[in-house]
Design a protein around this ligand. Structure first.
Ligand SMILES: NC(=O)c1ccc[n+]([C@@H]2O[C@H](COP(=O)([O-])OP(=O)(O)OC[C@H]3O[C@@H](n4cnc5c(N)ncnc54)[C@H](OP(=O)(O)O)[C@@H]3O)[C@@H](O)[C@H]2O)c1
Length: 289
């Protein structure tokens, strides 16, 4: 299978290229070779890759900065996704488009969101990602849209890396305990499920997250435990103690629904963390030398 991965230098794209490369003919592209906001650049990428499947990971992902750059977020996440979708439709490539739990408003007390629930984003990033979903459905109706949450992996910025880095630097931690996420998700687990989806090509919306529900505080406690740092000081605090440009949903757990019945459900988040953290610590130690 010929697979084109956009955003290949990013957190998810890099995990995906590593996952797919031993089994498929994979072309991973990112800025500056591929700019998804430039039609000629996208068309060139399709000519090089002749893809059966495109896994579209490229995105504007800085949730706070998007509040002051909403047009740029919309250009990349909305129009850029639309351009990729148009090329997939024109060339008969199956599109797997990556989206987010932040398309939901996430009032506290909501049941985990199903793929059929109505999105209602509350920040500029969420609006731009929803615009991407709409553009993908309009231009490539057979595409599969995958929503995920709180990614972490060896590359890129993540909550897990931030917690571990600060704890290892001896900084006491304060983490919000009034925002519940389905579960932050290990990029390698998601990459494995995406590899399966690339063969199944189901279409529609699929929710793929590690199993479980936790607050960011509960998740941070598990990160410390898995990193052998259980004694490190950590304090739960309300969101209003952290002034950040973008509002976050109070509750954004995603129910896996059909993904579960299709055998695509990911393992519990604590299990994934306990696998990942030794790798992250080994890399951190190597760099510190
Ligand atoms: N990270 C999360 O917690 C999370 C949660 C839910 C959903 N998602 C979604 O998952 C997908 C992958 O996220 P990620 O965490 O892997 O993001 P990431 O690490 O920021 O990677 C995105 C990549 O896309 C590139 N990019 C930005 N603008 C581009 C453009 N115009 N043309 C081509 N490439 C461009 C970025 O390059 P630069 O770095 O140079 O800008 C970066 O290498 C995204 O759709 C994101 O919305 C992420």
């Amino acid at each position: 299978m010929h697979v084109l991965v956009t955003g290949a230098n990013g957190l998810l794209g890099s995990a995906l290229v590593s996952q797919l490369a031993p089994h498929h003919d994979v072309l991973g592209l990112d800025l500056p070779e591929l700019d998804i906001t430039d039609r000629a650049s996208v068309e060139r990428a399709f000519e090089c890759a002749a893809p059966d499947v495109v896994i579209h990971c490229a995105a504007y992902t800085d949730v706070d900065r998007a509040e002051s750059e909403p047009d740029l977020a919309l250009l990349v996440n909305g129009q850029g996704a639309g351009l990729v979708a148009q090329c997939c439709e024109a060339r008969g490539s199956h599109l797997i488009h990556i989206s987010t739990d932040y398309v939901f408003s996430g009032e506290a007390g909501h049941a985990p969101f199903l793929p059929t629930d109505r999105p209602a984003p509350i920040n500029a990033y969420g609006h731009s990602k929803l615009a991407g979903e709409v553009a993908v459905r309009e231009h490539c109706p057979a595409a599969t849209i995958v929503r995920t949450c709180g990614l972490y992996g060896l590359r890129g910025r993540s909550f897990v890396a931030a917690i571990l880095s600060r704890a290892l630097a001896g900084e006491p931690l304060k983490v919000v305990d009034d925002q519940t996420v389905g579960a932050p998700t290990y990029a390698v687990d998601l990459a494995q499920a995406l590899a399966t989806l690339a063969s199944l090509r189901p279409g529609g919306i699929v929710h793929l997250v590690n199993a479980g529900v936790c607050t960011w505080y509960e998740f941070a406690v598990e990160v410390l435990r898995a990193g052998g740092l259980a004694e490190h000081p950590i304090e739960p605090v309300p969101t209003d103690q952290f002034a950040r440009p973008a509002r976050r949903p109070a509750f954004s757990a995603l129910a896996s629904g059909a993904a579960h019945s299709a055998g695509l459900a990911l393992r519990p988040y604590a299990e994934a963390l306990h696998d990942f953290i030794p790798t992250w610590l080994a890399e951190w130690t190597r760099r510190a030398r």
